[in-house]
Design a protein around this ligand. Sequence first.
Ligand SMILES: Nc1ncnc2c1ncn2[C@@H]1O[C@H](COP(=O)(O)OP(=O)(O)O)[C@@H](O)[C@H]1O
Ligand SMILES: [Mg+2]
Length: 212
Amino acid sequence: MLELKGLHYRPSTSEKPVLQGVDLKVHACQPVVVAGASGSGKTTLLEVISGLASPQQGTICWESEPLKQRQRRGMCGVVFQFPERHFLGLTVAQELRLGHRRITTETQERALKKVGLSQVDLRQAPERLSGGQQRRLALAVQLLRKPAILLLDEPTAGLDWSVRDDILELLTQLARDQLLIVATHEPELFQSWSSAAYRLNSGQLHAMSRLT
Ligand SMILES: Nc1ncnc2c1ncn2[C@@H]1O[C@H](COP(=O)(O)OP(=O)(O)O)[C@@H](O)[C@H]1O
Ligand SMILES: [Mg+2]
């Protein structure tokens, strides 16, 4: 279980704090949706959880043990908003090999299968994939790191509705054996998830009874 206790965070370049007492408990296989208006701090929260930023106050625990920033970096897989804008590989294989120099073709193919891309050629250029396929590839890259905690920032943003449904189905599948937190400004899309949902407002998380 991941537990956030009393997180306070103010970026060094900001006058105002972004997180002001964030508490949250997340269990594996029970995905959590964090909703909130633009600028409410959703991305910042994911940065703090994943160890890209360090809170000034509060603790982040895994199975009741406090985690250091370095440990969080190792445990978290993050797919940021519009990940396809940051592909570096010239081919799908190269993209999957970043950070995994000795990865075998078999492992690459297994990673693609897990995200529903088994039909994609490893030699293909990532930018030639469709929008939905690119999102899937970005997910596969993170899944290769076998993250204990998977954090997705606006995974449905900028996709047309039919592709969004496919991505939602994939996320539902992944959430079955993965601790997953999704930050989104369109929580209504996640209504079929019976899991917990929270709204980030004034730097704090409030439980939502309905995802609208
Ligand atoms: N490094 C930073 N320096 C200054 N302000 C920041 C920084 N990071 C985030 N902020 C501010 O924190 C607030 C929350 O931003 P963000 O986490 O991107 O919100 P969201 O993802 O919900 O749209 C915004 O007002 C933003 O301007
Ligand atoms: Mg954001």
